[in-house]
Design a protein around this ligand. Structure first.
Ligand SMILES: [Mg+2]
Length: 274
């Protein structure tokens, strides 16, 4: 592989450890990326508030993609060109690609009722319940609840057959239902792949060259991103297996050698020839 011009990465169970949310094992690669001035774009199911918190901690000043492709946030002045269709949110140009959150919540209730399953979304859980189910601390839960496009949920006691019926009903209504590292997610009108394609257009316009990007992920919700990038690396899950939804669609995807930030670190350093 030739050197990538920029990188897209999932966060949960990819750059961040699935349990501790630490990126420490990836610090060598993060330094190398920084030294070479390679843009690292976070592309996650997390909210803007959660990503902002991490960008400050990690020291990342690049654009980012939130809530499974719902929103693209580009810092003001990052690209020389005008960002058509963007609105200003804080100090960013925001491109809202997905349908709004309220619409998604209504649809989630209706589809669950039709499929005869109980869907329990973030909006129905107390802060304590979210913390228990996600492993996030109280501050992180507060950031995770500030949602604009996508609802994380679980299906309480549903059989695989009912889960399949739920997914089918959602897709009939043009809603995306995907499994992330911890929760199911529902959103509409966008996915990580659409957001990656959109942001890639802006990089290419700014740099006036057709450059290649590499994407890193671990779960089914990363599939559109992995497929949209010029090259992709799939990390194993923490039990060592690879997500079958991804390998079925991308059988020749490059596979990482270890899960989470340690695997990410190794894959990035190999990619950069370090
Ligand atoms: Mg993940």
């Amino acid at each position: 592989m030739s050197l990538p011009a920029w990188l897209f990465t999932d966060l949960d169970s990819t750059l961040l450890d699935h349990r501790t949310f630490s990126w420490r094992a990836a610090e060598d690669a993060l330094h190398e990326i920084e030294r070479r001035k390679i843009p690292l774009v976070f592309c996650t199911s997390k909210t803007r508030a959660e990503v902002e918190f991490l960008r400050r901690k990690i020291g990342n000043a690049h654009p980012f993609i939130t809530e499974n492709g719902g929103g693209i946030y580009i810092p003001h002045g990052y690209f020389p060109q005008r960002i058509e269709g963007a609105v200003t949110v804080k100090t960013y140009h925001c491109l809202a690609l997905a349908r709004p959150y309220d619409e998604i919540l209504d649809a989630l209730d209706e589809i669950a009722a039709e499929a005869g399953v109980e869907a329990v979304g973030f909006h129905q859980m107390s802060a304590k319940e979210i913390a228990e189910n996600s492993g996030l601390d109280a501050e992180q839960v507060q950031l995770a609840r500030q949602r604009d496009y996508d609802e994380p949920f679980f299906l309480a006691g549903a059989t695989p057959k009912k889960e399949a019926a739920f997914v089918r009903l959602a897709r009939d209504r043009k809603l995306e239902v995907v499994r992330g590292s911890r929760f199911w997610h529902i959103h509409a009108g966008s996915d990580k792949g659409r957001a990656v394609r959109e942001l890639t257009k802006h990089y290419r316009a700014a740099w006036r060259r057709k450059l290649r990007a590499v994407a890193f992920g671990d779960s089914a919700n990363d599939l559109p991103m992995l497929a949209a990038a010029d090259a992709a690396i799939l990390l194993p899950k923490h039990d060592g297996t690879f997500d079958e939804a991804v390998t079925a669609k991308l059988p020749r995807v490059t596979r990482g050698s270890a899960p989470g930030p340690a695997g990410w670190n190794q894959a990035v350093l190999e990619l950069l020839g370090g």
